[in-house]
Design a protein around this ligand. Structure first.
Ligand code: COA
Ligand code: ZN
Length: 302
């Protein structure tokens, strides 16, 4: 019988308000961010990255994180799980003070990228993660492992480096793991190899995949992960995103491209594609995006 062994449903974490906005070249007014967050939350995502508590010198676009977090909590807390990215203890403290309940700690599998992005060694980041796990007031803490496959400065990243970070984080009590292709350069073969290694080392743990679409490999990598039983993905509406400290990387795999493919494969996402396309088109117009997703481009009259 023909057919693929893939999950019946997947969970999509929408990351546009964090990964998407952080790499946008012109300042986005706080009110526009709030409008976009409202539009996205109205689509029914169960999880969304809302903002990041980082140095405004490193990422000026995120200067309004406390205001965004408070606004989100007033309107959407209990409906959508709002996640705040933090790179260090100070970010975690600021996030908790602003009312964040779910944190994602950013670190990189590649030493060189971790240093460029957070000015820490991987050991230093892990020590800080342990400290953050000891803080009071959060409900959920996850890690986002940037450059899990390739690094803009060091090339291919050994799966062992990802495995080591996951092992340490699980020991600290971290509940969510995200394995990220920050550059969008990982091939499906590389994804298969690294995921095989992770699954062998930690059978039974759930982890999310975060693919950038720099070279158009995003959906191929999702398919690879789906066929390995993965059912959790992070994507951005309108294919926004990118790490300002990863030269060469472009936007995330577009949420609408993932929802479109999932729908055609009979995989449930809980997201209505037509409504999502309206929101993604709205984001593209509001922010004057030059690049947008395959699905937005192909379905002008959808
Ligand atoms: N939020 C806001 N300000 C912060 C901060 C945070 N999380 N962490 C540090 N700062 C401030 C300090 O107060 C200090 O300000 P001052 O000079 O006015 O006193 C300044 O930033 C430098 O502090 P320092 O302790 O030297 O920073 P650091 O070297 O420990 O950390 C990072 C630097 C991690 C904060 C910075 O590199 C960063 O924000 N990186 C995030 C990059 C990112 O978001 N990448 C994309 C997502 S993966
Ligand atoms: Zn990303």
């Amino acid at each position: 019988m023909l057919g693929m062994n893939v999950p019946e449903t997947i969970v999509i974490t929408e990351v546009c308000p964090r990964d998407g906005f952080q790499n946008h070249k012109t300042p986005i007014p706080t009110d526009v961010k709030k409008e976009i967050i409202d539009d996205l939350c109205g689509l029914g995502f169960s999880r969304m990255e809302i903002t990041s508590f980082v140095s405004p010198r490193a990422i000026p676009q995120m200067h309004d994180a406390p205001e965004i977090m408070r606004y989100f909590n007033e309107k959407w807390k209990g409906i959508v799980r709002g996640i705040a990215l933090v790179p260090n203890i100070k970010g975690a403290e600021n996030a908790l003070e602003a009312g964040a309940k779910s944190l994602i700690f950013a670190l990189s599998a590649s030493e060189k990228h971790n240093m460029a992005n957070t000015r820490r060694t991987v050991e230093g980041s892990l020590a800080e993660l342990r400290e953050i796990c000891g803080l009071q007031g959060y409900e959920e803490i996850g890690i986002g492992i940037a450059t899990s496959f390739t690094c803009p400065f060091a090339g291919d990243v050994p799966a062992e480096d990802v495995v080591r970070i996951i092992g340490a984080s699980l020991d600290f009590g971290v509940a969510h793991i995200t394995v990220a292709d920050t550059m969008g350069t990982a091939s499906p073969l590389q994804v298969e190899k690294t995921l095989t290694r992770i699954k062998k080392e930690f059978p039974g743990i759930d982890f999310a995949l975060h693919f950038h679409d720099t070279y158009g490999f995003g959906l191929a990598n999702v398919l690879t992960a789906l066929r390995m039983g993965c059912d959790s993905f992070e994507t951005s509406a309108a294919s926004m995103g990118g790490c300002p400290f990863a030269p060469g990387a472009t936007g995330n795999l577009a949420t609408e491209d993932l929802v479109n493919m999932a729908e055609k494969m009979g995989i449930g996402t809980g997201i209505d594609l037509a409504r999502l396309l309206t929101v993604s088109r709205g984001i593209s117009e509001k922010l004057e995006l030059k690049l947008s997703s395959h699905t937005v481009g192909a379905c002008r009259n959808f």
